[in-house]
Design a protein around this ligand. Structure first.
Ligand code: ADP
Ligand code: ZN
Length: 193
């Protein structure tokens, strides 16, 4: 259904690129990130996995999907730290990318320009359905974009939205699973007009 980048078949050994995996909560972004990392491991590539410090759900040092599989990752406060800590990496994977500030766009560009394969995963929209932080910019600067879908918990359709069940004044959307539902457009805007 989606086109996977040429992944291991790095035709030009010098060239790097950026892959974006995006969509709503529960759409399998983390699973897909881990799948790509696993394949790069099989190919014996040097891989670094990062996530922002703000993502406190599940685990402090692991990337964890909603089906509870996980991988070790480095937690960083700011995008520049990723550059510092990935000089030897051939593949740089970053989860929960939406929580980084816009500087992450420059940092991923730098990494890819230095010949690295950069895989980022994160929400395209916040709980109001608005573009989320650096993700729209990354979708523009990347070579590949994969938009995933979840299953709408109301109607079983394809979900592209993350609905916040409990109203809250908190601006930042933190991924406490119980507080959000995957919803399709109709079911999302039915209660979010
Ligand atoms: P994301 O990173 O996009 O939030 P994850 O990779 O962490 O997604 O988790 C995806 C997994 O979440 C699915 O494989 C499935 O087991 C589970 N899941 C829970 N609720 C839903 C839903 N409404 N639609 C699809 N998958 C769901
Ligand atoms: Zn629906």
């Amino acid at each position: 259904m989606f086109t996977e980048p040429f992944i291991q078949d790095k035709l030009n050994k010098e060239a790097g690129w950026i892959e974006v995996i995006t969509g709503p909560m529960f759409s399998g972004k983390t699973e897909e990130l881990m799948r790509r990392v696993r394949r790069a491991r099989i190919a014996n590539q040097n891989i670094e996995i990062f996530k922002p410090e703000i993502d406190s759900r599940y685990d402090k040092v692991k990337v964890v999907s909603h089906d509870e599989s996980s991988m070790e990752s480095k937690v960083v406060k700011s995008p520049i730290k990723i550059l510092d800590q990935s000089s030897k990496a051939e593949v740089v994977a970053i989860d929960e990318i939406q929580f980084f500030d816009l500087e992450i766009i420059e940092i991923t560009k730098e990494l890819a320009n230095n010949g690295k394969r950069v895989i980022v995963a994160g929400l395209d929209k916040d709980y109001l359905g608005k573009p989320f932080g650096p993700v729209p910019g990354l979708m523009t600067t990347s070579e590949f974009v994969t938009k995933l879908h979840a299953i709408c918990v109301k109607c079983g359709g394809l979900a592209s939205f993350s609905f916040r069940v409990k109203p809250s004044s908190e601006k930042i959307l933190l991924g406490a699973t119980e507080e959000y539902e995957a919803r399709c457009r109709n079911c999302f805007y039915a209660e979010n007009a």
